[in-house]
Design a protein around this ligand. Structure first.
Ligand code: HEM
Length: 562
């Protein structure tokens, strides 16, 4: 039994070498921490780790992909393309495999939750889910009518904040001091608030509940108040950066055009987002490995990269459809999202003393509607953020004070299974994605031969066996989430490996890493200071909300009740 479990673990992790490496990085915390604190070594180690990682994945996640959702042959628009209109894909269509798949409702039921299973390996808070949603919707924005199309070009381009077509970007700008257009309510600044467009019968043209919406590039956020709250914080960051640059310019007798301020602020906010993503979201939140990767804009120009990196590394904003399904973390979301009724925002000492444990407070809640209906007005983001007292602060503090769900099968609420998982699985079949095992092979992981090599969880095993006739039939999307979360991970070993691969191959193929713009010459001395001042989500909430020193993290304390 013990031997069998060990053998299954090795297969799941993709071989003895991989298993050993995961074990090594998930243990010996003091050793890794000490190593990463030695001044001369820490940067070199980080560069080595990044270079080796990208070298490992560059073949499986090519920067100049041959396949996309429209063609299984090379085409020019799979290279760097500012007006990208589709996703690339790692493996070509598999029509025969898709043909034999089990009933869609039955397969979607693999995700359905009976009881909420909390994430306890990393003690993630629900806030990480909403940050993940906000961050990932710059590279995922599928058109609901034509599923091979994206609504606006995607990439590591902060398109969810600024828009990513010339017209959309322009429509969001005020034309003064680089600032974005805004609306002010109760003395607080928000993205522009507009009436929701109606059709002839007086119904809302877009599926957003209520009468008003924020005019933002990803309108869906208007139906998910916590998602919109994260957006507003980054929107305020842009405005703050512009105003600080303007003060600096005036104090130093410089003049800068609206365009120059806007472009500088955009680079600075992009650096803020990347630093926060790597230092907090990944290192403190998602990553169970003690080898923490840091933001380093010089990596591709380093000597280490020359010797250990992947060699030629084309800048390319190709985003894989496989990445899209891997990033659908709807299991994070509980049955109801609790929101504290009140916060002592006027007293920073009281805010600092708050314990991030939602059940200690009197709560309201955002409850999911019946699966056959859409969200009601109580989910309207403008109402939450502008009409309710301290709405933004209450949403953010509450999300940081409750546990997220475990990213596994049998752990998604009914509404999300019907309205998100099932359409997602349908898309996988429309795209004729290859099987879980084919993707394992593509990434150099051994194929699994038995369901038991995917998971040891009895309920998930039984479900997989009920749905799929054999292990080769298991689909990519449920397969990656079915895996055991070995070595204290948030994800199973295969999902973790390919997730890291696709994330970093994407980030380092951004044009941001091609040019030398992280300096005073481009950004001004004030700009460099602003770029470096954000590392954690709490830096953002301290500076751009009334949360002050309240404890806002992507994790809850270990001893929070499960
Ligand atoms: C209350 C919470 C949420 C709601 C109501 C929601 C709703 C939706 C809906 C309706 C879709 C479209 C499904 C389809 O037709 O394929 C979707 C897609 C998606 N969701 Fe969520 N979601 C939520 C939370 C999250 C979270 C926490 C994440 C974490 C990363 C996430 C990531 C995604 C991704 C990556 C897609 C694909 C986007 C695209 O292809 O354009 N969602 N979600």
């Amino acid at each position: 039994m013990v031997f069998n479990n060990f053998r299954n673990l090795i297969t799941r992790c993709g071989g003895l070498g991989n298993t050993f490496s995961m074990w090594l990085r998930a243990n010996f915390k003091p050793f890794w921490a000490a190593l990463q604190n030695i001044p001369v070594i820490k940067d070199v180690l980080n560069q080595f780790y990044l270079s080796a990682l990208l070298k490992k994945f560059i073949k499986s996640v090519p920067r100049l992909p041959n396949h996309n959702l429209r063609n299984d042959f090379p085409s020019l628009y799979t290279v760097y393309d500012e007006s990208r209109t589709t996703y690339s894909r790692l493996l070509p269509r598999q029509p025969e495999y898709t043909e034999g798949l089990p009933d869609l409702d039955l397969a979607s039921s693999c995700f359905l939750r009976e009881n909420f299973v909390p994430e306890t390996n990393r003690n993630l808070s629900l806030l990480i889910g909403f940050y993940a949603q906000w961050f990932s919707h710059q590279f995922f924005n599928t058109n609901p009518e034509d599923h091979t199309k994206v609504n606006q070009p995607v990439g590591i381009n902060l398109g969810q904040l600024y828009g990513s077509t010339a017209e959309r970007m322009k429509s969001l700008r005020s034309g003064k001091l680089g600032l974005l257009k805004s609306s002010v309510r109760n003395g607080l600044e928000f993205p522009p608030i507009i009436p929701i467009p109606k059709d002839e019968s007086g119904q809302n043209k877009i599926p957003i509940p209520g009468d008003e919406m924020f005019d933002i590039p990803f309108p869906m956020a208007n139906s998910i108040p916590c998602f919109a709250a994260v957006h507003v914080i980054f929107f305020r960051r842009h405005q703050y950066v512009c105003r600080e640059l303007a003060k600096w310019a005036s104090a130093n007798g410089k003049t800068m055009s609206d365009e120059e301020m806007y472009q500088k602020a955009k680079i600075i906010v992009a650096i803020n987002v990347l630093r926060l993503t790597m230092h907090d979201y990944v290192a403190e939140g998602l990553q169970s490995s003690h080898v923490k990767i840091k933001f380093d804009h010089k990596v591709k120009k380093s000597l280490i990269w020359k010797f250990f990196g992947p060699g030629t590394y084309h800048p390319s904003n190709a985003i894989q459809t496989e990445f899209n399904f891997l990033y659908r973390w709807h299991q994070f979301i509980p049955e109801e999202i609790k929101v504290v009724k009140d916060l002592p925002v006027s007293n920073n000492q009281d805010m600092k003393a708050l314990v991030p444990d939602i059940d200690k407070y009197d709560n309201d809640s955002l409850t999911f509607p019946d699966p056959d209906s859409w969200f009601g007005e109580d989910w309207n983001a403008v109402k939450w953020l502008t009409e309710k007292e301290n709405g933004l602060e209450r949403l953010i503090f509450s999300a940081a004070s409750q546990r997220a769900g475990k990213l596994t099968l049998l752990n998604t609420n009914k509404w999300l299974v019907k309205n998100v998982i099932k359409p997602g699985m349908k898309k996988c079949r429309e795209y004729e994605l290859a099987s879980y095992n084919d993707y394992r092979e593509h990434f150099g992981f051994r194929r699994v031969k038995k369901f038991e090599q995917i998971t040891t969880d009895a309920a998930i095993l039984a479900k997989l066996k009920q749905v799929y006739k054999d292990v080769d039939q298991v689909e990519y999307y449920p397969g990656i989430f079915a895996e055991n979360k070995d070595f204290g991970g948030v994800h199973g070993p295969f999902l973790a490996a390919i997730g890291v691969g696709m994330t970093y191959c994407g980030i380092f193929a951004s044009r941001l890493f091609e040019t030398d713009i992280f300096n005073e010459k481009t950004l001004t001395s004030k700009g460099v200071e602003l770029a470096n001042e954000i590392n954690y989500i709490r830096d953002m909430t301290r500076m751009h909300t009334n949360l002050g020193e309240a404890k806002v993290h992507f994790t809850v304390p270990k001893n929070n009740p499960v």
